[in-house]
Design a protein around this ligand. Sequence first.
Ligand SMILES: Cc1cc2nc3c(=O)[nH]c(=O)nc-3n(C[C@H](O)[C@H](O)[C@H](O)COP(=O)(O)OP(=O)(O)OC[C@H]3O[C@@H](n4cnc5c(N)ncnc54)[C@H](O)[C@@H]3O)c2cc1C
Length: 421
Amino acid sequence: MIAGAGFAGLTCARALASASVDVLLIDRRNYHLFTPLLYQVASALLDPGEIARPVRELIRPLDNANFRQAEVTGADLDRRLLITDRGQVPYDYLVLATGSRSDYFGNTSLAEHAFGLKELHEGLALRNRVLGQFEASRWIAEPERRRVMLTFAVVGGGPTGVEMAGALSELIRLVLHKDYRDLDLGEVRVLLLEAAESLLAAFDGPLREAALRSLKKKRVEVKLGAKVEEVTAGSIRLAGGETIPAGTVVWTAGVRGSDIGAAIGLELGRQARIKVEPTLQIPGHPVVFVIGDLAGAMEGGALLPMLIPVAMQEGRQVAATIAELVWNGGAHAFRYKDPGIMATIGRNSAVAQLGSVRLSGFLGWLMWLGVHLVNVISFRSRIVVLVNWAWDYLFYDRPIRLIVRAGDDRSTPPPHAGTQG
Ligand SMILES: Cc1cc2nc3c(=O)[nH]c(=O)nc-3n(C[C@H](O)[C@H](O)[C@H](O)COP(=O)(O)OP(=O)(O)OC[C@H]3O[C@@H](n4cnc5c(N)ncnc54)[C@H](O)[C@@H]3O)c2cc1C
C-alpha cells in the first residue's frame, strides 16, 4: 500500500508494475500534480489541467495497481492497518509518501494573510488575487491606496520564490500592461524578500549573481537580509522594524514534512521529516518505508533535499526492495545520484548547475524548457504546455487571465466509516 500519489508514490507504484504484489495507492486528491510549473498557473500562463492528471488515468497501464481517494490520518503499525477518513485498510507493506506542506514556523500572521504556493488550489487562488487586485485598483482614486494594492511581495529566495517573482513581473509588465491602458507601471511593485544574504543558496556564487541581475532587469526589487516578522492585510513588518506596504504576500520560504509522521507517533528529525534507516525503512518496522519529502534520508551527514529526483529515486529503490522482500530478499541502502538543479527567471533566463556544467541566461533557459517539457506528466499536457509557452513567447500574451472562484463546494460526499477488505 502506498500513501500519496505524488512523485515518490507514483514512481514507486510504476516500478512495482512487474512485481508479484497488488498495489493500492491512496491520495486525498484524485490527481497527481507537476509542482515545477505551479507558479505558471499562479501567473496565468497555464491552466490546472496542464500540470495535473488524474491518478486513475496514470495508473491505467498498471495491471496490479488500484487507487482510492481518501485522507490518510494515521496508521496502526502493530496491526498493519492504514487509517483514513473513509476507513481502515490492512497492508503487508506500507510506503508513506505524503510529501510536505508549507511551514509558517508558528507565525499565525503569516498563515492567516500570506498565500501559499504548494497546492493547485493555492496557485489558482493566487492567480485570482493578482488579477482581482488589478481590476479592483481601477476603482480606487487615491494613488497611495492603488500602490499598496498593486504591491506583490514574494517571500523566499529559493527556486520557487525566484520563479514566481520573475513570472509575476513579466505577467504585469508584458501582458496586463496591455489590458489596462490607464495603468501607471510606476504604481506596481514586485518584491522578492530573502532572509539570507543571497538568493538560491543551493547554487554556485556566479549563478546566484546571474539570477539576481536577471531579476533586477525584470524589475523585481530584491531585498536580501530581509526577515519577515509579521504580515497584516496590507503590510509586512521586517525584523529590525521596517514596514513595507503590500497588498499581496506569497510565502515560499518554508516547508515541513506532512503531518502523518506525528499522527503515527514516529520519530521526526529536521523539517518534521520522518527518521529512516539508510534502507528507507522505519526503525523497528521493516515492512514500513518512507520516501520523498516526508523521508528524512541522510547522505554524508546531511539531509537529502526536498526535490523530485530524490523522491523518484527513493520510490524506485523501495519498489525494488519490496519486490525482493516478497521473495525473502534483503534491503539495500539508498544512494542518491544527483542530476543537478535549475531555476528559471522568466523568458530567456535561467540558471542550471548540472555536474560540472554551469549555464545561465538564454542557454540555461533552453535547457530548463527542454527538461520541463519532457517531464510534464502526459503527452497531451506536453502539447498544450508547448502551445501556451510559444503563444506567450511570440505574442507576449497569456490566455488564461480569468478570475474564477469556486464559491460552493458540495462535491465531496461526507466520509463514512468502513474497512477495506
Ligand atoms: C511550487 C513548487 C515548485 C517545485 N519545483 C521543483 C522543481 O522545479 N524541481 C524539483 O526537483 N522539485 C521541485 N519542487 C519540490 C517537489 O515538488 C517535491 O520535492 C516533490 O513533489 C516530492 O515528492 P513527494 O512524492 O514526496 O511529495 P508530493 O509530490 O507532494 O506528493 C505527496 C502526495 O501525498 C498526498 N497527501 C499528502 N497528505 C496526504 C494525506 N494525509 N492523505 C492522503 N494523501 C496525502 C498529496 O495529495 C500528494 O499527492 C517544487 C515544489 C513546489 C511546491
